[in-house]
Write a protein that binds this ligand. Structure first.
Ligand SMILES: C[S@@+](CC[C@H](N)C(=O)[O-])C[C@H]1O[C@@H](n2cnc3c(N)ncnc32)[C@H](O)[C@@H]1O
Length: 237
């Protein structure tokens, strides 16, 4: 189900086993069970501090690895025009549907693309952002991907990596770090959904999720780092 461009990034050696390669397993999930992924992402909401920190009144915003739009719909309130770049076709379809339903279809475009080959001109946007998508690994960003995000960002604009997975790597490239405090829970739609999705994504925690009997489950119960932080760089004028 991968295009040749996707395969060159996600299975560069020509094969892979999603039972042992968790990164490959996620890429398969986006394409085979996109609605399931969307339910999980919808429950794992970003800390409100992240939304509050993002600049407002931006001319153009580019989001890379937009997925099914956990951040994208919020971004439409921060800029005049939003371009969401997303390689997985099923996720692009979900995102387009959500934007149309929210009546944002005219101000947001959803296009295919990859971190390391962004289909956008130099200096395109005042804010270039990725949420839970960029990593230092070449298939998911890497040096080439960060250079592309900075190329697309105009002088004086901001590149932001939300929910970063490798702070030292970003710090070594001039990125500053912000983390917002406070308790955070995954907000499942119901207790039944919490048990169902825990059984799929966090099997070690299913029993505890069932025992708690609530739809809200603290991130630490599931053993994941909450989406409360970001790394950013303001480009020189
Ligand atoms: C964990 S999801 C996050 C999606 C969305 N930003 C969110 O917060 O819900 C990671 C996203 O990165 C995308 N992605 C993976 N590799 C990519 C690449 N090389 N270039 C751009 N996006 C990529 C995936 O298709 C997926 O949508």
């Amino acid at each position: 189900m991968f295009t040749s461009e996707e395969a060159s990034r996600f299975v560069p050696d020509g094969d892979g086993d999603p039972q042992t390669d968790i990164v490959l397993a996620w890429e398969l999930l986006y394409r085979l069970e996109p609605e399931l992924y969307d339910r999980l992402a919808g429950a794992e909401r970003l800390h409100p501090g992240v939304h509050g920190w993002l600049p407002r009144g931006v001319d153009r915003i580019a989001e890379v690895g937009a997925g099914s739009g956990r951040l994208t719909l919020e971004l439409t309130g921060h800029g005049r025009e939003v371009v969401a770049v997303e390689p997985a076709r099923p996720l692009r379809q979900i995102l387009r549907r959500k934007l149309a339903a929210a009546d944002h279809g005219d101000r947001a475009r959803v296009i295919p693309g990859f971190f390391d080959a962004l289909p956008l001109p130099d200096d395109f946007a005042g804010l270039v952002v990725a949420c839970s998508a960029f990593t230092p690994a070449p298939g998911h960003g890497g040096e080439a991907g960060l250079a592309e995000m900075e190329r697309v960002c105009r002088p004086g604009g901001c590149v932001a990596i939300i929910w970063p997975n490798n702070l030292a790597w970003l710090a070594a490239r001039g990125y500053r770090y912000i983390c917002f405090a406070g308790p955070m829970s995954v907000e499942f739609a119901s207790h039944e959904e919490a048990v169902e999705l825990a059984g799929i994504f966090f099997p070690h925690a299913t029993e505890e999720v069932g025992r708690r009997g609530r739809r809200r489950v603290p991130f630490e119960v599931l053993g994941i780092n909450p989406p409360r932080d970001l790394a950013f760089k303001v480009l020189a004028q």
